[in-house]
Design a protein around this ligand. Structure first.
Ligand code: PHE
Length: 343
């Protein structure tokens, strides 16, 4: 019998050394220590069948064996726990030799960037920034701006009519009226915002684009103020060397009206084949004029006492010019490769 026990002890020791997983551990327990089926507890049941003089030494021997098996079990259990911890630590400790993770940084959209640049120039000249609704009353978009009912801009195919006397504004000019009704002269504001026209998208048109409106109303405001203001602004935006030219034009809400050109920022008028100015040397950049007396009246301002000037420019167009873009739709495709280059 003692030989059998020695043999069993070796088996226990070998089995304990081979424990690698929680399943191995469980199997070891069941094989050797389980009360019901375990080999060692089974040996205790043999004691009453032995001759009385052998019982005590046999009992002692298997007690030792059981203690050994239990302590081997505990050690294996500790070892497995330790492995688990080491595994967790290995996963948790950062490896400083690995390359880092980079979160791509966003940047201001090119349209916003140009808009902010323009806003800053006017803020330095003492202007306030005004805002108005994109879903606008027909009355503010047209009638109050002296645009008569038969005007072609009022036709349904030229804008998006929402119904109930509302439309998506076709320009930022309606905010002139809103601002005049809200503020008292002197008024010096610019109004950046989205406008809508029912245009097919092509390299020079999108059905939504950005404008910045300007309005100044005070006593004694003349065309000279308009000219000096726009010259100062355009030189600040495109560079001191930029030429500025006023051409007579027509808008229902200004009188007299002008279209304003700048000398071509790409060729300066020197390249007859210039892709930007087509050799003309000048590029139309905005519309402007003295606020029409009817418009002042619609804004609740007495045209006998006050006068003013207004202008409107297209932000997208200026962005194209400043960045040398040939397709306005680049602004709205949300392509990362384009936006990254515009940073
Ligand atoms: N609202 C005009 C347009 O959208 C621009 C403009 C504004 C012209 C103010 C004169 C004065 O074309």
């Amino acid at each position: 019998m003692p030989d059998d026990i020695d043999e069993l002890q070796r088996k226990v020791e070998e089995a304990a050394a081979k424990i690698e997983t929680p399943q191995d551990l469980q199997r070891f327990k069941e094989e050797f220590l389980s009360r019901k089926r375990g080999i060692i507890p089974g040996l205790f049941k043999k004691i009453p069948t032995l001759p009385p003089q052998e019982r005590s030494s046999f009992g002692k021997r298997i007690n030792e064996l059981r203690e050994l098996a239990e302590s081997l079990f505990k050690k294996a259990e500790e070892r497995l726990k330790g492995n688990l911890w080491r595994e967790r630590l290995r996963k948790a400790i950062p490896d400083p030799t690995l390359p880092g993770y980079f979160k791509p940084l966003g940047s201001v959209h090119p349209i916003s960037e140009v808009s902010h640049t323009i806003e800053e120039i006017f803020l330095r000249m003492g202007y306030d920034i005004e805002d108005g609704p994109e879903v606008e009353m027909e009355y503010f978009n047209f009638d109050a701006l002296n645009i008569p009912p038969h005007h072609p801009a009022r036709q349904e195919q030229d804008t998006f009519f929402v119904g109930g006397g509302y439309l998506l504004r076709t320009h930022t000019s309606p905010v002139q009226i809103r601002a005049m009704r809200k503020r008292k002269p002197p008024i010096r504001i610019i109004v950046p915002g989205r406008v809508y026209r029912r245009d097919e998208a092509d390299p020079t048109h999108t059905p939504m684009f950005y404008q910045i409106e300007g309005l100044v109303v005070d006593r004694g405001i003349s065309f000279a103020h308009l000219k000096a203001t726009l010259e100062t602004f355009l030189k600040a935006l495109f560079g001191e060397e930029t030429g500025v030219r006023f051409r007579p034009s027509y808008f229902p809400f200004t009188e007299p009206s002008a279209e304003v050109d700048i000398s071509c920022p790409v060729c300066g008028g020197k390249d007859p084949n210039c892709s930007v100015c087509g050799g003309a040397g000048w590029i139309e950049i905005l519309g402007a004029g003295m606020v029409h007396p009817e418009v002042l009246r619609a804004g609740g301002i007495d045209p006998e006492e006050y006068s003013g000037f207004a202008f409107g420019l297209g932000v997208d167009r200026i962005s194209m010019l400043k960045r040398g873009l040939t397709d306005i739709r680049n602004h709205y495709w949300n392509r990362m490769d384009f936006l990254e280059q515009m940073k």
